[in-house]
Design a protein around this ligand. Structure first.
Ligand code: IMP
Length: 179
């Protein structure tokens, strides 16, 4: 299918994101104070920039791991079937775990990932999502910490893609089709 022409309108500036990431990291640091090590699990690929910025502001010993679940492919609509494409390297039984997600949209991905991780018996399992689109929710799942609630718009930038493009934008923008 040929790519439709679109422009990207800035929605959240890089400066606003940085301030919010710092505030989230402070809350996470306070909440997990006393942990011997926090396992920070980034959901690939959309969270890679967010997790990189977030862990540098967290004042605790951290271990970073990644998990990849299938989601949109190159489409703009969510698929209900969620598969694990790349699993964690480390076990999480009895450990403090923070899942870092780019966007909670319908909620299928996050709820599926949480079911899998919960079954592994972590001591504590929390979620930090950069963006939340509550209007799109089909599964009742909530992140412990959310960066920004946004309206039902398709967004890109700061790690988030549209058909594998625009992840390298420093801000978050919404996609506006020209025709
Ligand atoms: P969910 O399973 O519908 O909650 O989808 C979550 C995943 O879909 C996110 O982790 C993103 O990878 C992707 N996604 C949701 N909304 C957008 C968007 O606006 N732009 C790009 N990817 C999105």
């Amino acid at each position: 299918m040929p790519q439709r022409a679109y422009v990207i309108d800035e929605m959240i500036s890089a400066k606003t994101i940085a301030a919010r990431v710092e505030a989230l990291a402070r809350e996470i640091t306070d909440s997990f104070a006393g942990t011997d090590k926090l396992v920070v699990v980034g959901l690939l690929r959309g969270s890679f920039i967010f997790i990189a910025d977030l862990v540098r502001e967290i004042g605790l010993p951290v271990e970073v791991d990644f998990l990849e679940a299938s989601s949109y492919g190159d489409e703009m609509t969510s698929s209900r079937e969620v598969r694990i494409l790349k699993d964690l390297r480390s076990g999480i039984e009895g450990r403090d775990v923070l899942v870092v997600e780019d966007i909670v949209d319908t909620g299928f991905t996050l709820s599926h990932v949480l079911t899998i991780l919960r079954a592994r018996g972590p001591k504590r399992l929390e979620v930090c999502a950069l963006l939340d689109k509550p209007a799109r929710r089909e599964v009742p799942v909530r992140a412990t910490w959310t960066g920004f609630e946004i309206p039902d718009e398709f967004v890109v930038g700061y790690g988030i893609d549209f058909a594998q493009r625009n992840r390298n934008l420093p801000h978050i923008g919404k996609v506006r089709f020209l025709e």
